[in-house]
Design a protein around this ligand. Structure first.
Ligand SMILES: [Zn+2]
Length: 277
């Protein structure tokens, strides 16, 4: 899609399935199944890792990196991960190489967002997927990712951080930060302590990537938060606040996990009024 002078496109970060109940937290099944298709047999729903490519005059930005190609067989089986993670291949569809990416924004360090920042190369050795890119992460997120607790150790996987740790490719920030003119991040917490969202503006047009505060269009209601959120009350407050600002700007919402749409605009009561599939 075009946003002012910017091009926003989606890269192949893979398809997977997760328990619908966990994805919709305390929301009764009878309600969320009206808004998102469920597999009746096992209660799972289909999700994407739709990584974003934002091309701006000041640099190329990738937002989120998917599971990557080094995810374990065990996780592949649990989340029924498809074989289709291919950031390098899908980049070449836009005439770009891995070296052409200047910035990678990780909204947080869960393995479905950060796993593809380090990939196995042709010889089977780990390498940075985007070797020239500065990787933008909140410091508190990085701190938590490197010393996970009994719950987060299932999602902060050390193999996703090794090559970034202590490297010039890692840029740790505290709070709001402009990555390139028109692309800025904002620390929210809510899902994880160091979760950040991304605001994009060009030529007076706006988009927001709320990341795991709004995994799909069906999560528009501020109370519909995931059981995976570590700080659900904060997530609810942030969703109210971000919705208010996004609506005022008539912003596009960009989705990372939604299998039905890549972006949309919301109208009254969370109704989707425009969408990009
Ligand atoms: Zn996620």
């Amino acid at each position: 899609m075009k946003l002012g002078k910017f091009d926003i496109d989606w890269l192949q970060g893979g398809v997977f399935r997760m328990d619908g109940g966990a994805m919709f937290g305390v929301v009764p099944r009878a309600l969320w199944t009206r808004r998102y298709d469920v597999d009746e047999a096992d209660n799972s729903i289909e999700l994407l890792n739709a990584c974003m490519l934002v091309r701006t005059p000041a640099g190329n930005v990738v937002i989120e990196t998917g599971f990557g190609n080094k995810i374990s067989d065990k996780l592949k089986k649990i989340y029924r991960v498809g074989p289709d993670w291919d950031l390098p291949g899908s980049l070449s569809g836009f005439g770009l190489e891995r070296e052409d990416i200047d910035y990678v924004i990780l909204t947080h360090c869960d393995f479905d967002h950060a796993g593809g920042a380090i990939m196995l190369g042709a010889g089977g050795e780990p390498e940075l997927t985007f070797p020239k890119a500065k990787h933008i992460v909140q410091s508190v997120e990085w701190e938590d990712a490197l010393s996970p607790n009994i719950r987060t150790k299932n999602t902060y996987l050390p193999e996703n951080f090794t090559l970034l740790k202590d490297s010039d490719n890692l840029v740790l920030i505290e709070g709001g930060h402009e990555v390139v003119p028109g692309v800025r991040v904002e620390l929210t917490g809510g899902h994880t302590r160091g979760h950040q969202v991304v605001w994009i503006e060009s030529g007076g047009e706006h988009a927001v990537h709320m990341a795991d505060l709004l995994p799909t269009h069906a999560h528009h209601n501020p109370l519909w938060v995931m059981a995976y959120d570590n700080y659900p009350l904060e997530a609810i407050e942030w969703k109210q606040e971000l919705h208010e600002r996004a609506e005022e700007l008539n912003a596009w919402y960009l989705f990372y996990h939604d299998t039905y749409m890549k972006a949309c605009r919301f109208g009254e009561k969370g109704k989707v009024t425009e969408k990009i599939q």
